[in-house]
Design a protein around this ligand. Structure first.
Ligand code: ADP
Length: 303
């Protein structure tokens, strides 16, 4: 594996605010690397320090073998950057934006295939303000890809998009990775990171709380599993308490929630059927990254 990014013990403070306390991470070539955590966790500060847009107080960074502070010019030619809350002047046309951004780079890819790839060919003469939310995002991605970058940074890419556009944007991100590029995806949406990222750094209060593949993070929870079903009126939760592997039974309105270890679904189903109870909606709930975050920090992430 080639490390495209190596960051060691990054720290950045603003007065009394410790934006990044201590962040170390490596990103490998060709992966989608998710950086997740709640708003204010220090994700953007860490990533912008890595890109050379901010100067960390301490720590070392290498991106594509370059030092972002001293070799910024050279590095900028090889990075694609879509910044959080990026915007363009309302009246700027799509082609004018491409023209402007192209002037920043020594080498750019041809626009036409790029516009076609992101479904913007018809929008070439459309003003920025008349693009839909999804089209704006695709334009920002196209602009970030204009210099055929080796690494592309996407920060809160889908914030404010409707669910359908979000999903379409996810496909776009996968397509970028499939072109052999390395993607750094900053998001406070756990489902997005879980869906897209090959590896994830969970950032909390300026530190890396965990770093691994989504699968390992979730498996590492050891939280056991959760079985849910609807209990009919008068259902007696006590009859599940003695069942092997069951550690807790709780009730929320008519929902019965059973937590435990081992083959929980089979054991709960067997115990219920002994009492002639056959709930139609008996199901196992899989842990997700939200649970990982809760387990790591003791707090829920707001998304
Ligand atoms: P995230 O991207 O995870 O939402 P940020 O990196 O934007 O987090 O912010 C981390 C903390 O640093 C927040 O408390 C934020 O208010 C603070 N912060 C970020 N940038 C600045 C800045 N330029 N000046 C002062 N405080 C900042």
């Amino acid at each position: 594996m080639t490390n495209i990014i190596e960051a060691t013990h990054l720290r950045k403070t603003y007065g009394d605010t410790v934006a990044v306390a201590d962040v170390s991470l490596t990103v490998q070539k060709g992966e989608i690397f998710g950086i997740v955590g709640p708003n204010g966790a220090g994700k953007t500060t860490a990533v912008e320090s890595i890109m050379g847009l901010r100067k960390p107080d301490s720590g070392t960074v290498s991106v594509l073998g370059l030092d972002p502070q001293t070799q910024a010019q050279e590095l900028r030619q090889r990075l694609g950057i879509q910044l959080q809350e990026a915007s363009l002047p309302d009246y700027m046309k799509v082609w004018e934006a491409l023209d402007l951004f192209a002037s920043f780079y020594k080498q750019t890819v041809p626009w036409e295939p790029l516009l076609a790839q992101w479904g913007l060919s018809e929008k070439r003469n459309t003003r920025f303000k008349n693009l839909s939310g999804g089209q704006k995002q695709r334009l920002f991605i196209a602009l970030a890809l204009l210099n055929d970058p080796e690494v592309i940074f996407l920060d809160e890419l889908t914030t404010g998009l409707d669910p359908q556009t979000r999903r379409a944007t996810w496909d776009v991100v996968r397509a970028i990775r499939d072109q052999g590029k390395t993607v750094i995806l900053v998001t406070h949406f756990m489902d997005e990171a879980e869906e897209l990222a090959d590896r994830i750094a969970v950032i909390d209060q300026g530190k890396v709380a965990a770093l691994d593949t989504p699968r390992v993070l979730i498996q590492g929870l050891q939280a056991g599993s959760t079985v849910r079903f609807t209990g009919r009126n008068g259902f007696d939760a006590a009859l599940l308490k003695g069942v092997e592997g069951v550690t807790a039974v709780t009730q929320q309105a008519q929902q019965i929630i059973v937590k435990g270890d081992g083959p929980l679904l089979a054991r709960v189903a067997a115990a219920l059927s002994q009492h002639d109870i056959v709930p139609a909606d008996l199901r196992v709930e899989q842990a997700d990254l939200e649970d990982v975050f809760l387990a790591l920090t003791g707090r829920e992430i707001r998304s």
